[in-house]
Write a protein of this length. Structure first.
Length: 149
């Protein structure tokens, strides 16, 4: 699986480390048989609040920042003979993550990892705003498997 991490730098979290963590999350989801398809690629973009506000307004109609936005890849992006398809794009506000890390009393790199995991679960089609707790249950199971608890 290919992972591309771009955008704002995060102190004490290299792009290689974020890439490795994202791959670890995808593998853990697969081991739990919670992945409805094999993911072939993922893009993670780290931004400041200003850009997140614009994206959140454009895509969700909300003129405020948010911690993570996930854009699932359309299954038509993979050719029929492909063994998988792209997972999608995850956008994380580093500024919002910094505030949340302070509230939760853990490091910014840890919060970014939480948001990467959360975004990946969304990219597989899970939605905590409309399900009956399945996404939250899955996320809690995965946290220990990827070293977040």
């Amino acid at each position: 699986m290919e992972v591309e991490v771009t955008g704002v730098s995060v102190p004490r979290l290299s792009r290689a480390s974020a890439t490795s963590f994202a791959k670890k999350c995808v593998a853990a989801i697969g081991r739990l048989r919670a992945a409805p398809f094999k993911a072939t690629e993922l893009t993670i973009l780290l931004v400041h609040d200003e850009e997140m506000i614009q994206l959140n307004h454009s895509w969700r109609g909300r003129k405020k920042t948010t911690d993570v936005l996930t854009f699932e890849a359309d299954e038509s992006y993979a050719p029929p003979e492909s063994e998988g398809r792209p997972l999608g794009d995850i956008v994380i506000s580093v500024d919002q993550a910094r505030r949340q890390a302070a509230e939760q009393r853990h490091s910014l790199p840890t919060e970014i990892r939480y948001l990467i995991l959360h975004g990946i679960i969304h990219a597989y089609g899970y939605d905590h705003e409309s399900d009956n707790g399945e996404m939250n249950d899955l996320e809690h199971k995965l946290r220990s498997k990827v070293g977040l608890e």
